[in-house]
Design a protein around this ligand. Structure first.
Ligand SMILES: [Zn+2]
Length: 557
């Protein structure tokens, strides 16, 4: 910027929370050429205001760095919004209405696909095919649940996939059956692909539309960048090419790091393919420099990897310790090789054995390759053994938290706590313990598993109680493990600098400082000036990426 140049845009009279190292406040920000030119008091930006400068009086509203989501599936989420979408409903009658209306509204669709149902709506968490058979008797229906680990299917879908009482469970999944062994209409984990592989692949144009829809929704929530937690270029899922197309054309306004999917059915030989994808995986604001390794499943269907076996409904130990999708020694080898090749590893590590296996693998890489600054990160971290908490900092592994799940609700109270048992159920989502240990916290949503609204997620991180807007049943509004609540400042940092760090973008984004990209959002209120149990009531009114408006609410003016 030359000395006498003027700003394109100036915000004044705001509650500007910069998230710089000192976590300082300001009242005014000047933007020029897509970057932040000045931050401070009104006097500090006054000289930059010229005839062509747009001056916005924030009237006390809050200005924050754009939110960044460390684990999200925006293309799938966008497709969900365009398909048979059950996410915002919370009861069987609502599901039935949505499915019926969608089927009627899409008479040409050969399959009914979409999803987002919640396990707590159904006895034992497993819906049955008869409901779908009644609503859609003639066409196959394939509806994954909101966490993507189980699917609800009808008889036509089972028939097309050739699934009968004689079909064995796949090694990496399960077919839900009645007492006589007949499939009942729910498929878990690898069992889902038995039907899913028959569904028509999403076309490149649908993927493109899904990405744009997802991006628009995330921008409306103040999200300016993310890490896509599954990027693949195979026939069933090809969001990789969607990102390349949108990145090259400029349609991709968000800053995105893609985590390339590690195929757990293959071994180290796939690393060459990942390198090839990374080499052609840079376009505009997109780069594919991370690799996603899914190490376990989820607690609700007992596929999350635990150290001691799950309990049964009567509180007695079972034989089941969940699934390690990648054999731990292979995991160490894979992470060591990926680390040496410059990849970051993004783990799905949900329960305590998977967390330990992931940390062991990071440790193996560190021992073999030395410190690498790859910023490997462990997502979900629902159950962490207390002995492993200090290892995050020791190994420079980032804790990638999805805080919306850290509260009492149906899936937690009925399908998780009784089966984890004591004290393990109290080891859940130990965000304050991790922060105290010096670990770096990044935050994300895992949308379309659950809401991508960072304000709702920060609300739970701080309160450990679901916000009123949560669409599913919440019977218990007690604080969930109160000692693991974190402060609002730490929650904001998790969704800004924390994720910017994971994406290696902390030099350019994540805080409001001169020289950084003007990725900025305006909230309707100063979050810090209101009670913490009102965080989720705040709303985003304006989102800028690189100084460009990518979302504006009518209320902003
Ligand atoms: Zn995910």
């Amino acid at each position: 910027m030359s000395a006498n140049a003027t700003a394109d845009l100036v915000f004044t009279n705001g509650a500007v929370y910069t998230v710089d190292a000192a976590r300082s406040w300001a009242e005014a920000v000047a933007v020029q050429g897509g970057r932040i030119a000045a931050v401070g008091a009104h006097a500090d930006v006054e000289d930059l205001i010229g005839a062509g400068t747009e001056v916005v009086d924030l009237r006390g509203r809050m200005l924050l760095p754009g939110f960044q989501d460390a684990h999200v599936h925006p293309v799938l989420g966008g497709l969900d919004l365009l398909q048979c979408d059950l996410h915002d409903a919370g009861s069987l009658p609502e599901y039935e209405r949505i499915i019926r209306e969608y089927a009627e509204g899409h008479p040409a669709a050969t399959w009914i696909v979409g999803g987002g149902w919640s396990m707590d709506v159904f006895p034992g968490g497993t819906p049955t095919k008869d409901v779908l058979d009644r609503l859609v008797p003639d066409r196959p229906v394939f509806l994954p649940n909101r966490d993507g680990h189980s699917a609800w299917v009808n008889s036509r879908a089972l028939e097309i996939a050739g699934i009968t009482r004689d079909t064995p469970d796949p090694a990496d999944g399960r077919i839900e059956r009645d007492g006589a062994g007949e499939p009942t209409g729910t498929l878990h984990e690898g069992g889902m692909t038995l039907v899913g592989d028959h569904a028509p692949a999403t076309t490149p144009e649908e993927m493109h539309q899904g990405l744009l829809k997802g991006q628009a929704y995330l921008h409306s929530l103040g999200i300016t960048g993310w890490q896509d937690a599954i990027v693949a270029a195979d026939e069933q899922t090809n969001n990789f090419d969607a990102y390349l197309r949108a990145g090259a054309s400029g349609d991709l306004t968000a800053r995105v790091i893609g985590a390339l999917w590690w195929d757990r059915k293959r071994g180290l030989e796939q690393i060459d393919d990942l390198v090839a994808l990374r080499d052609r995986g840079e376009a505009g604001r997109f780069a594919a420099t991370s690799v996603k390794i899914m190490q376990d499943g989820v607690c609700e269907n007992f596929t999350a990897a635990v150290l001691e076996p799950y309990l049964d409904a009567d509180g007695h130990p079972t034989q089941n310790r969940g699934i390690s999708f990648v054999e731990p020694e292979l995991l160490k080898e894979a992470v060591t090789r990926l680390d040496a090749l410059g990849f970051q590893v993004h783990f799905h590590s949900l329960a305590e054995r998977a967390v330990r296996e992931a940390l062991d693998a990071v440790e193996a890489a560190l021992t073999a390759n030395g410190a690498s600054d790859r910023r490997h990160h462990l997502a979900h971290i629902q159950v962490v053994h207390p002995d492993d908490i200090p290892r995050f900092r020791q190994l420079d592994a980032v804790a990638n938290a999805q805080p919306l799940w850290a509260a009492h609700e149906g899936q937690m109270d009925e399908l998780t706590i009784p089966f984890l048992g004591h004290p393990r159920a109290t080891w859940q989502y130990p965000f304050a313990s991790l922060a105290r240990s010096g670990a770096t916290l990044a935050m994300g949503s895992d949308w379309s598993v659950s809401s991508p609204d960072p304000l709702e997620e920060m609300h739970v991180a701080v309160n450990r109680v679901m916000p009123a807007s949560y669409p599913y049943r919440v019977d218990n509004r007690e604080v969930f493990i109160p000692e693991e609540r974190i402060g609002l400042a730490d929650a904001v940092a998790g969704f800004t600098m924390g994720t910017a760090f994971v994406n290696h973008l902390e030099d350019r984004t994540g805080s409001i400082e001169p020289g950084k990209e003007a990725d900025l959002i305006v909230l309707d209120r100063d979050l810090f000036a209101h009670p913490v149990d009102e965080i989720a009531e705040a709303s985003v009114q304006l989102t800028l990426v690189g100084g460009e408006r990518v979302y504006e609410d009518p209320a902003f003016q």
